[in-house]
Design a protein around this ligand. Structure first.
Ligand code: DX5
Ligand code: ZN
Length: 218
């Protein structure tokens, strides 16, 4: 099933709760929460207090994308705040296997995110343990960037590997996703789509519905 994960990074923070309700009621299956620490990526966004406060707005899946050095330090705090799924960057974890286990032991779904230039080969051993792989299609740190075209082939290659290994791993794409390029990404094998600007710039509910309508074609 194809799923939309609106990234609240592009939302209007003065009415954040309402924006989350709007996209959830319009049918978005996930709420994508971009946590940035000012070290792994240049920006600082928000953390547990904001996620905890939004938790009462919706029961949609809280998909936490941790752009944080050594995110293992915060797994339990994120669970308490209301995370359902946590993706950590392979580049940010010295002991990726340990961090994955921490997420799973907390009872949450676990994913690994890869920067555009990071090879899929870092997943060779751990892939069967993952619920999701997040393919970054921009360099993490900011919303509103342009999709990097070579990441499309990376999605294709990952889907091929999953099929060969009989894995039903979710493949999420994040960065520069729009209604204009989402079909190509679906055809490449991705099934979870993060969209920040393309959802929250303008009418968030209408933009959410536009993505979901495209999903119905498949
Ligand atoms: C980038 C974040 C993305 C970002 C996507 O570091 O991980 O989730 O919010 O925003 P758009 O869709 O505007 O590229
Ligand atoms: Zn993200």
């Amino acid at each position: 099933m194809l799923k939309l994960a609106p990234s609240i990074l592009a939302a209007d923070f003065k009415i954040l709760g309402q924006q989350v309700v709007d996209v959830a009621e319009a049918g978005a299956q996930y709420i994508h929460l971009d946590v940035m620490d000012g070290a792994f990526v240049p920006s600082i966004s928000f953390g547990m207090p904001v996620i905890g406060s939004l938790r009462s707005c919706t029961d949609r899946i809280f998909d936490v994308h941790m752009m944080v050095e050594e995110p293992g330090r915060y797994i339990n705090d994120m669970k308490e705040a209301g995370a359902d799924l946590i993706c950590v960057h392979a580049e940010a974890c010295t002991h990726l296997d340990r961090t994955m286990n921490q997420i799973k032991e907390a009872g949450l779904k676990a994913g690994v995110a890869l920067n555009p230039a990071t090879s899929l080969s870092v997943l060779d051993q751990i892939l069967p343990e993952l619920d999701m792989v997040l393919i970054m299609s921009v360099n993490p740190g900011f919303g509103g960037q342009k999709f990097i075209p070579y990441t499309l082939e990376k999605v294709r290659a990952l889907r091929r590997i999953c099929i060969e290994r009989h894995l039903e791993t979710d493949i999420q794409v994040d960065g520069g996703v729009t209604c204009d390029n989402v079909r190509e990404l679906i055809e490449a094998g991705a099934n979870v789509f993060v969209a920040g600007s393309a959802v929250f710039k303008g009418n968030a509910a209408a933009n959410t519905k536009a993505f979901l309508k495209i999903f119905e074609e498949y």
